[in-house]
Design a binder for this molecule. Sequence first.
Ligand code: SDX
Length: 436
Amino acid sequence: MSASAKPSQATITIEGSNTTAVLPLLSGTLGPQVADIRKLQAQAGIFTFDPGYGETASCESKITYIDGDEGVLLYRGYPIAQLAEKSTFLEVAYLLMYGDLPNAAQFEEFNHGVTMHTMLHEQIRRFWEGFRRDAHPMAVLCGVVGAMSAFYPDSVNINDAREREISAFRLIAKIPTITAWAYKYSIGQPFMYPRNDLSYAENFLYMMNAVPAESYRKNPILERAMDRILILHADHEQNASTSTVRLAGSTGANPFACIAAGIAALWGPAHGGANEAVLKMLGEIGDKKNIPAFIAEVKDKSSHTKLMGFGHRVYKNFDPRAKIMQQTCYEVLGELGIKNDPLLDLAMELEKIALDDDYFVSRKLYPNVDFYSGIILKAMGFPTTMFTPLFALARTTGWISQWMEMIEDPQQRIGRPRQLYTGAPQRDYVAIAARA
Ligand code: SDX
């Protein structure tokens, strides 16, 4: 076989028997081949075992590509660094949904469509009254987004392409309003309605920071930083929350319920909750002199302490988003006139020490997207409880793009993993009087 030709199949032979399974090897545009195991049980009577699906391709997708060894992240083939520098979040949303960058007319129509859906049904406001003021905003996002199907029943038919598109517009357009209102409710300020004259990022900052008592002053520095942060968080192939959205969607659940499931999955500190956890970790470390003791605690497995913002299931090199986030950190702090941010200093020292320590290097643990994002968001005035909701705001675009791709995939079927059963063998019921 020539070096360029790829093998077309793999064979599994069961030891001690003449059972053989021939597995087709499928090739993508980029990345490793995959063994198609859909006939494995029929041919060899076995399943595969992959807790956490670390080595399992759950679907075919054209949206995002990650090379974890090379630190590569592409949205529809475009490198994340180019999009972060040259594009806007709404243009990236179009790219993720439709597969190509829009021309001027296509962008204008898309932008108009999103703008026309930013307001919420007025009765949804009453949902907030049911929450305590100190409710975590992710609880609000889960609840309100999950309930949206009750207010927008004209866009829940998943078999209608136009209804699918309308639900996508509604989710992308309304998630900033819901997120900003979750914040306003937590601080007891009145909700600010979206404005059609502002960009997507600026509209969100307006709803977060404006008050009825005075006119709002736009801040182009924060607008650009916000837009870039949203781009960096928009999609990331089949991560835990996206896989949750796809699994929920595979049952035929409506898109609002699927995105609410994704929000719930993202909330975990091992996933989207890590940005909030990084700030908490830096706060607990407090001072550079405490870093060695903290690192020792992380290395002591019995402590169950993790270096939050480090490590990644796929990236075994730098997360390209972390580098852009670090650069944005400098820009935002500089432009805000924050000369030396103690949190950034502490984070930089922690990163330096970790990257010099074989415990982390040998385990290929590098900073991920969450390591710096919290520092920027704090400098921009966001409370830590709003960090993960911001992640959910951006990732809603990726989730809904992946959901649309899944619904339109002819190979798609209901997700139903199997298991390795290690419980009790079959046994008969014993009356309570006869039990020991
Ligand atoms: C996101 O999947 C995505 O794409 C997610 C995401 C996205 O955009 O959707 O990129 C967003 O979730 C980023 C990750 C944010 N989470 C954190 O920063 C939390 C801290 N990180 C870890 O919890 C962990 O690294 C995970 C959850 C991210 C990855 O977990 P894995 O794949 O189980 O880790 P691993 O198998 O690579 O771990 C290898 C070793 C293990 O030690 P040993 O058993 O070999 O001795 O490294 C250790 C782990 O215990 N390890 C860590 C560590 N992460 C892994 N040790 C200390 N600190 C850490 N952060």
